[in-house]
Design a protein around this ligand. Structure first.
Ligand code: HXC
Length: 510
């Protein structure tokens, strides 16, 4: 018996070493942690339970039968994050470069299936050379099995991808179909075709970092949601994110202890909006001052900065925030910001996370590049996302809510539950100057007359009361009472239920 136990321990020891000490050191030399070290940092201490530690590949081509390392390049299992169940897979670059074989894929699929059946998030740590070249189509089939499960799990359980090394070729499509992608600066990259192929086909010379590094994907392509300095920071941030999320689409997000009075008044907000309507101010100040303990978890911070998306808590409960940012492009909606916010709204709606929308939007960004780029279709995504959302929705207009953008930004007409406005709100078809130039086109007159027309328009529409008269604004609130009003509104909506008409699925303008 003792021998058997010793043998088990020896087998485990060997499996834990993955591709061996030299490769582990090479991994560390690149500033990367190993697959197991990453899992240890991600999960609560001692909570990891491993599956399939002894799985080995079945390939007999190219001499592969001579090397059959236990685990086959991916560590899989489950554990907890702050006491809540999560499933995890972590690719082991020290074993065949973390490449995906048929059996490697089967291990991931097992985790995905269990996560869906048990209603818990899946976190995938990617560090892989892609399809196991020696296995050919068996490996491609393995990828497709993973993809199919990503699709079926979408909207059922949160799926989070952490890119901590190479992720190239078709392999990028598994992370791409998950809810959040985090990357590590300098050591991770994602692309469909690498720099060599790019050079051959297009003659472009580009480095892997430029083509698909963390900066590219968080600032330019918006493929990734955040980039971090190193593995340790990225994994700590995944833990923080998971804390905001429900385990699945039938559960509410966790309620966390809070130490911030829900009726806290914030007098400084009364002077947040500058006297001059064209002067920007930082909408993040309002978000921080509304949130429990000022804690805001921003998503896609570096992309389309004219809109802000992320999570806060109110009375310990997660709320998704979408807010125009007057500091960037005057807070206009455009292609990028519409796409960014639409995806976020849909995530929140799929997972029963209430939505707080903070509005200061002068309209959609004009121009040929926007029209040629399809701003109509992309703007419609955000409109569609809000219109189909059935979660509790509270909207606060702080300043401008002009034109179509007024409608889009969770207006009353899109079934938002509470629509508040600050006294500084201006709900109108457009700004006073533009309006004057159109409606008085025939008799614009001299500068004095133009100023008079503009002032008349401002008097009539540059306020929240015309909309309030019609019930489109439920209440004009004091800026300093925003946290209190919003928290009470969400508290009253905790049992909200809305049934949409039956359909197979909608046809959101993709
Ligand atoms: C088998 C692989 C492998 C792979 C790496 N290795 N990728 N083995 N299949 N795809 C092995 C290497 O042979 C090497 O083994 C070890 O992993 C470490 O790789 P290195 O090249 O030494 O590491 P590094 O210099 O850091 O380069 C990493 C790399 C490079 C950039 C990922 O290995 C590489 O380009 N690999 C091939 C990438 C690729 O073309 N994959 C297929 C993409 S197509 P030894 O024993 O020498 O240490 C694809 C399609 C998916 O993935 C389709 C889904 C639908």
């Amino acid at each position: 018996m003792k021998d058997i136990l010793t043998e088990l321990e020896q087998r485990r020891e060997t499996a834990r070493l993955g591709g061996g000490q030299a490769r582990i050191e090479a991994q560390h030399g690149r500033g990367k942690l190993t697959a197991r070290e990453r899992i240890d940092l991600l999960l609560d201490e001692g909570s990891f339970e491993e599956f399939d530690m002894f799985v080995a590949h079945r390939c007999t081509d190219f001499g592969m039968e001579k090397q059959r390392p236990a685990g086959d390049g991916v560590v899989t299992g489950w554990g907890t994050i702050n006491g809540r169940l999560v499933y995890v897979f972590s690719q082991d670059f020290t074993v065949f470069g973390g490449s995906l074989s048929e059996t490697h894929a089967q291990k991931i699929c097992k985790i995905q299936d269990m996560a869906v059946q048990n209603g818990a998030p899946v976190i995938g740590i990617n560090d892989s050379g892609g399809a196991r070249i020696q296995e050919g189509v068996a490996s491609l089939a393995g990828y497709a099995e993973v993809f199919q499960r990503n699709i079926e799990a979408s909207g059922v359980i949160p799926q989070i991808s952490v890119i901590m090394g190479p992720c190239a070729g078709g392999a990028v499509y598994s992370p791409a179909m998950t809810d959040f992608i985090f990357m590590v600066k300098e050591t991770s990259y994602m692309f469909v075709t690498g720099p060599d192929v790019v050079k051959t086909v297009t003659n472009e010379v580009v480095t892997a970092e430029e083509l698909g590094g963390a900066s590219t994907h968080t600032r330019k392509s918006s493929v990734a949601d955040a980039a971090f300095e190193n593995d340790v920071e990225a994994l700590a941030e995944v833990r923080r994110l998971v804390d905001f999320l429900p385990a699945n689409n039938r559960e509410k997000p966790p309620v966390r202890p809070f130490f911030d009075a829900p009726d806290r008044l914030e007098m400084s907000l009364d002077t947040l909006v500058p006297a001059n309507p064209n002067t920007p101010y930082d909408m993040k100040e309002l978000i921080h001052k509304t949130a429990d303990e000022g804690d805001f978890y921003e998503i896609q911070e570096d992309f389309a900065k004219n809109i802000i998306t992320g999570f806060i808590r109110l009375e310990g409960r997660t709320v998704g925030v979408v807010a125009n940012q007057p500091m960037v492009l005057a807070g206009c909606l455009d292609i990028d910001s519409s796409r960014k916010a639409a995806r976020f709204v849909r995530f929140c709606d799929a997972f029963e996370i209430p939505l707080l929308t903070l509005v200061d939007v002068p309209g959609f960004l004009p121009g040929t590049s926007q029209e040629y780029g399809g701003v109509i279709k992309h703007g419609a995504k955000l409109l569609f996302a809000y219109g189909e959302a059935t979660v509790p929705m509270v909207t606060v207009i702080t300043r401008k809510a002009y034109g179509g953008a007024y409608d889009v930004m969770a207006s009353k007409h899109l079934r938002s539950d509470f629509n508040y406005a600050w006294p500084t709100a201006e709900v109108a078809v457009m700004g006073a100057k533009g309006a004057t130039e159109i409606i008085h086109r025939k008799d614009l007159g001299d500068a004095e007359k133009i100023a008079q027309h503009t002032a008349d328009y401002e008097d009539r529409f540059a306020n929240p009361f015309v909309a309030a008269e019609r019930g489109f604004i439920d209440e004009v609130i004091m800026p300093h009472s925003t946290r209190k009003r919003v928290a009470r509104a969400f508290a009253s909506l905790r049992n909200k239920k809305v049934q949409m008409p039956w359909k197979k699925h909608d046809n959101i303008p993709l």
